[in-house]
Design a protein around this ligand. Structure first.
Ligand code: HEC
Length: 147
């Protein structure tokens, strides 16, 4: 009798588990969910190198409107100081490409990033330096990209 009950409970439990999983996924991917604000990262700013300081100025002029102060994120763009953007997952080339061609939304519900015509490759090199120094200070380490 108890065994029979157990047999019945297993599919029920699996169902509950799947529903909970679906809820979590849906909650995070649904564009209408105001979870974007929750993504804002409180970024610690280290003593920046000269190059990174130049990058910061360019970043503030061309990127911070979406990626936020200290690249901590905003209502309209993700923080770049999170493990998603560690060098193993988004190599420097991703920054050059993002600035030159824009980005089709694929990680977040913010929408596409337009190409940024106010920066050239040299500018983006400095921005990358800035972002990487912030990442290191905030414990974002290179993780191998397994996919
Ligand atoms: C108009 C808003 C906006 C501006 C301005 C902007 N971005 Fe973005 N950016 C986004 C959004 C939104 C995403 C996330 C797209 C996604 O993956 O869903 C993004 C993603 C990125 C990515 C990740 C690319 C990838 O391959 O996933 C990088 C790197 C990046 N931005 C760098 C920059 C740099 C550098 C600048 C300034 C030169 C900049 N962005 C300016 C909105 C913006």
């Amino acid at each position: 009798m108890l065994d029979k009950l157990k047999d019945k409970m297993v599919p029920v439990l699996i169902g509950v588990f799947l529903l909970a999983g679906a809820y979590v996924m849906f909650k995070n991917n649904d564009g209408s969910n105001p979870s974007a604000a929750a993504q804002i990262v409180d970024v610690k700013v280290p003593q920046l190198s000269e190059l990174a300081k130049q990058g910061e100025v360019i970043f503030n002029a061309s990127c911070a409107s979406c990626h936020g102060t200290d690249a901590g994120g905003s209502d309209v763009g993700p923080s770049l100081i999170m493990s998603t953007y560690n060098p193993g997952h988004h190599a420097d080339e991703a920054f050059f490409r993002a600035a030159q061609f824009g980005v089709i939304a694929h990680h977040w519900p913010f929408g596409n990033m337009p190409a940024i015509e106010t920066v050239n490759r040299k500018d983006v090199e400095k921005i990358v330096r800035y972002v990487r120094e912030l990442q290191v200070e905030n414990g974002i380490a290179t993780q191998e990209h397994i996919m």
